[in-house]
Write a protein that binds this ligand. Structure first.
Ligand code: SAH
Length: 248
């Protein structure tokens, strides 16, 4: 009998924000494949009786390659095991959960999902930045900052992003922040547009750095901003007042 794989989103890293359903799935698992992004607090509760596989995937440092991760999941499920694949935030938002679902389907393995709270919305929220607001933004676009907009063919439409008046949330964007800010300004966004960078959101050592599209790259460099961080661009950032509304 074949086992199954449950894709569990851990939320942004605080144990209280991992859904009870996700916690149950983890407790019942015989094998857990996890990334570093869920954070220590969540990794600490992984069941010691299970086979724990550290996939180490974080910001490009791959302990295991994506195809190796998928092969391991398939192997363990075929051996009849109850497998959990644990990822930060939500598995289907820049988490490659969609690709993993496809591979599992192709291998004929049953897949279940437990949605997670995505960092794209929750991390700004925790510091009092709503990604939409009737006065400031009626649309929000979540983009990957993984690709350098000045290099090669972009999967992102920078012209459209530059012209949008909505909020832009950038994940995985710390490294390419200078190019991203420049591309938005070149395509029409005002250099005065407020920007907030929230590092290690909803964790005890969270830090917020603010600026504008015109000066944020320099500020981030001076402050040694590091991943993981969520970057929020748009007038909603003007609501940031330094208070933290969520305590881990
Ligand atoms: N699936 C995840 C995103 C994976 S991409 C989700 O839904 O949240 C990894 C990126 O997510 C990081 O580079 C960072 O931009 C963001 N991220 C995830 N958790 C974060 C946290 N607690 N604080 C800041 N950024 C976080």
């Amino acid at each position: 009998m074949s086992g199954k794989v449950t894709l569990v989103g851990s939320g942004p890293g605080s144990i209280g924000l991992l859904a009870p359903r996700g916690r149950e799935a983890i407790e019942a698992a015989e094998v857990v494949l996890y990334d570093q992004l869920p954070g220590e607090e969540i990794i600490a509760v992984l069941p010691q009786h299970a086979e724990l596989i550290d996939c180490g995937k974080y910001g490009g440092d791959h302990t295991l390659e994506q195809d190796e991760i998928e092969a391991l999941m398939i192997d363990r499920a075929r051996a009849g095991k109850n497998v959990v694949r644990l990822k930060g935030g939500d598995s289907f938002l820049f988490g490659r959960g969609g690709e993993e679902m496809e591979s599992l389907r192709a291998a004929g393995i049953e897949v279940a999902v437990v949605p997670g709270i995505t960092s794209a919305i929750a991390v700004p929220e925790a510091v009092g930045i709503p990604v939409t607001h009737r006065r400031f933004a009626s649309q929000v676009t979540v983009i990957t900052g993984h690709e350098d907009p000045t290099k090669g063919e972009s999967a992102l439409d920078w012209r459209l992003l530059g012209q949008s008046r909505g909020t832009i949330v950038v994940l995985m964007g710390v490294k390419n922040l200078p190019q991203i800010a420049a591309a938005l300004v070149e395509n029409g966004r005002s250099p005065k547009t407020p920007v907030a960078i929230i590092e290690r959101g909803m964790r005890p050592d969270q830090r917020v750095t603010v600026g504008t599209l015109g000066d944020i790259a320099g500020i981030a460099r001076a402050q040694s901003v590091r991943p993981p961080a969520v970057i929020v661009i748009g007038d909603v950032v003007s609501l940031y007042d330094g208070t933290t509304l969520f305590r881990p």
